[in-house]
Design a protein around this ligand. Structure first.
Ligand code: NAD
Length: 246
């Protein structure tokens, strides 16, 4: 039996399956990841430019470097990896996605149960009065060189709804941990599994399938590892699951 068939069989026999996704599932949508050789780390240090400390103390740097990362996500479209996971949920074989991504692409692809544990880039909010604005409002202000961009209502500083280095984890992370507690199989897609605390989640499940171009620290614990591109592999696995269900 080849590995695609084996993966489909593990999914079909699993009592509850979740996916954990990272930046690698979205590189095929034209969004760079952090740690590949062409990722953001090759140009800047995201820990410094996308941190709360820099936002508060060096807004110019935040809005010239960190903001570029957010701007790169704007109006991107899901790829076949995202659509395959949406199909798996539709088939009743995926209970939800825990994503580290902030690009909104799982929701755009049609997944209903998405836990955005590093926040999202649809909206921004005022740090003083908490008023929420669409991301496009911040984008327009930054492009007009209004740095830092300010709240029209109270003059406070606007910030993205993404979890930055130095921020607390959001409520979705708590929900994700609750979901993982009774999950049998976790399909990890496009994550180096180097960002904590999300990288603890794979140790709480019985079975892992890992789809990632590079090696991860959890490869040796997995039932199956695909060091290949996510879009094609996920499509093949989900097609196989669908075939078996017919
Ligand atoms: P990472 O950059 O640390 O790791 C990405 C992994 O994906 C790498 O190991 C790489 O080999 C693999 N990869 C790249 N393209 C792939 C493909 N087509 N198929 C299979 N594997 C592929 O990313 P991470 O683990 O998600 O952690 C970094 C942080 O980056 C997260 O907190 C996330 O919020 C943030 N981030 C998000 C986006 C996004 O929303 N799209 C983009 C960049 C960074």
């Amino acid at each position: 039996m080849n590995d695609i068939k084996k993966a489909a069989e593990i999914i079909l026999n699993s009592k509850k399956t979740m996916a954990l996704t990272g930046a690698g599932i979205s590189t095929e949508s034209g969004i760079p990841d952090f740690r590949s050789s062409s990722g953001y780390y090759s140009k800047m240090d995201p820990v410094k430019s996308l941190s709360k400390d820099v936002l508060l103390n060096d807004p110019k740097r935040f809005y010239s470097e960190g903001f570029l990362i957010l701007n790169d996500l704007y109006n991107k479209e899901p790829n076949k990896g995202h659509f395959a996971l949406a199909k798996l949920e539709e088939l009743g074989k995926l209970s939800g996605i825990i994503t580290q991504n902030i690009d909104n692409l799982h929701i755009k692809a049609g997944n209903k149960k998405v836990y955005e544990v590093h926040g999202e880039s649809r909206n921004v909010h005022c740090m003083s009065c908490n008023r929420v604005y669409p991301f496009s409002v911040m984008k327009e202000k930054v492009e007009k060189k209004e740095i830092p961009p300010l709240c029209d209502a109270c003059g406070g500083i606007l910030r993205p709804n993404v979890v930055m280095f130095g921020d607390m984890m959001p409520n979705d992370f708590l929900k994700a941990q609750q979901q993982i507690a009774n999950t049998e199989l976790l399909i990890v897609v496009g994550s180096s599994l180097q960002v904590s605390p999300v990288n603890y989640l794979p140790s709480y499940v019985d079975k892992l399938i890992i789809i990632n171009n590079d090696k991860t620290p959890f490869d040796r614990d997995a039932e199956l590892v695909f060091h290949e591109s996510a879009g094609e592999i996920l499509t093949e696995i989900v097609e196989e699951v669908e075939k078996e269900l017919k």
